[in-house]
Design a protein around this ligand. Structure first.
Ligand SMILES: NC(=O)N[C@@H](CC(=O)O)C(=O)O
Ligand SMILES: [Zn+2]
Ligand SMILES: [Zn+2]
Length: 451
């Protein structure tokens, strides 16, 4: 007898969709079988049930940027989009570059988040801080900015190499934002008076990403670091990366938006790396389908409507996306643009494995009971008013999408149709592999070992 049984669930097992029951005890999955007995039951009503989505690249802002997003609004948007775990990036204010800032963010997120969360640590001129950030439970290092993006951080190659050596020694993973700062500086001068609406894509051309990916690969070979390259946007980057033991992710915006969107969206289409031509977009879809891109991540990067209504050269880069990622991609599954199992792998098992997110990523016994319930027939159009980020705007207005019917986090139904049950502060911190509990640190100190 299980504490809770999800009945009449349709679950994808290696692409084959089978009706089953899911047994849950103490918030964890204990068994999947045709029929199970439970003290309590949740009727999935023949809906598709997939693992809660892990979004391994979000910017939930907060602290000194609460006007853009905070952990309450960000995590609420996440849940409405079927995302039950997020990994937050370090270019917040204050930036997550030292122990103090890490602890502050951890406290704020723990008090506000309604989804489980991991925090990445930043890498810049803070080399001595990295081991401590690792011990505090940073999931990975990055995104590491090879070129300036929102927040204005960047690191040159020699410094990056030193950092990657340190990251290798710790056994951690480095996640790279690959663009070429020197090329951007040159183009800023030569294109100073270019009035075209697509100027941002010209200022950060595909060569920028390709140069940086080449440099990153060189450094990965030299330092043997576990490297992941985030939000890739070009066919060439995919080619280069897939020959190496390096992983990468792609965003929905690089799969769904192209240069054609500049005229309609203006600054609302501005992000780094920028949108590209159809040829790159098509290559990204192919790579998503053949498995050479392992992860789908939103790069949820909210800015206020006022900021994004500025002219394209002045507006900040970044688009919100945590709530629309799964719905847009489920519509792509319905349209046969990618198999359901690929989408599931890219949003759960793969990010969990690559970043070492414990207890998440599949319906294996012992994992957290994080689930998304989907009715593939329920297609609706995205409207800004229907979304929950503080941003209040979306580049996907009018796009068709399939939003989750219900969401479960660690055995609790947190969203069910129109009912929303999640409470602030219920999200759990998921530390990375370097995390040392205080008791372990003391034990090791007593045994005379270095921590
Ligand atoms: N992607 C963006 O254009 N912006 C991100 C930063 C980043 O991911 O580079 C942001 O924090 O706003
Ligand atoms: Zn980035
Ligand atoms: Zn980002």
């Amino acid at each position: 007898m299980h504490e809770l049984v999800v009945e009449d669930a349709m679950v994808s097992f290696d692409g084959e969709i089978l009706a089953c029951s899911i047994g849950i005890d103490e918030g964890k999955i204990t068994r999947i079988a045709k029929v199970l007995k439970g003290e309590e039951k949740y009727d999935a009503r023949g809906r598709l049930v997939m693992p809660g989505v892990i979004d391994s690249h979000v910017h939930f802002r907060d602290m000194r940027q609460e006007e853009k997003e905070d952990w309450l609004s960000g995590s609420k948007a996440a849940l409405y989009g079927g995302v039950t775990t997020v990994v937050d990036m370090p270019n917040s204010d204050p930036p997550t570059f030292d122990a103090e800032a890490f602890k502050v963010k951890q406290t704020v997120a723990a008090n506000r988040s309604m989804v489980d969360f991991s925090l990445n640590a930043g890498v810049g001129d803070n080399l001595p801080q990295l081991p401590q950030l690792w011990k505090l439970g940073a999931l990975a290092f990055g995104e590491i900015f090879m070129a300036k993006s929102t927040g204005g951080f960047s690191i040159d190659e020699p410094a990056l190499k030193e950092a990657l050596k340190a990251i290798t020694l710790m056994g951690a993973t480095a996640s790279i934002h690959a663009e070429d700062e020197a090329l951007h500086e040159e183009l800023k001068k030569s294109l100073k008076h270019d009035p075209s609406s697509s100027i941002h894509s010209k200022l950060r051309p595909r060569e920028s990403e390709i140069n940086a990916v080449e440099a990153a690969i060189r450094l990965a070979r030299e330092t043997r670091v576990a490297m992941h390259i985030t939000h890739i946007s070009t066919s060439r980057a995919v080619e280069l990366i897939s020959r190496e033991g390096i992983t990468c992710d792609v965003t929905p915006h690089h799969l769904l938006l192209t240069m054609d969107h500049w005229d309609r969206l203006g600054s609302h289409a501005k992000m780094n790396p920028p949108i590209r031509h159809d040829s790159d977009r098509n290559a990204l879809w192919k790579a998503v389908n053949d498995g050479s891109i392992e992860v789908l991540a939103s790069d949820h990067a909210p800015h206020t409507l006022d900021e994004k209504n500025l002219p394209v050269r002045e507006a900040p880069s970044g688009v919100p996306g945590v709530e629309t990622m799964l719905p847009l991609m489920l519509k792509a599954v319905a349209d046969k643009r990618l198999p359901l199992q690929r989408l599931i792998d890219m949003t759960s098992a793969n990010p969990a494995r690559i970043f070492g997110i414990e207890g998440k990523g599949s319906f294996a016994a012992g994992n957290d009971a994080d689930m998304v319930f989907v009715d593939m027939a329920k297609v609706r159009q995205i409207t800004p008013a229907g979304l929950h980020s503080k941003a209040g705007w979306t580049p996907y207005r009018g796009f068709e999408a399939i939003f989750p019917e219900a969401v479960m986090l660690r055995g609790d139904i947190v969203l069910d149709g129109k009912d929303f049950y999640a409470k602030r502060g219920t999200g759990k911190f998921i530390p990375g592999k370097g995390y040392k509990r205080l008791s372990d640190v003391l034990k090791m100190a007593r045994a005379g070992k270095r921590t």
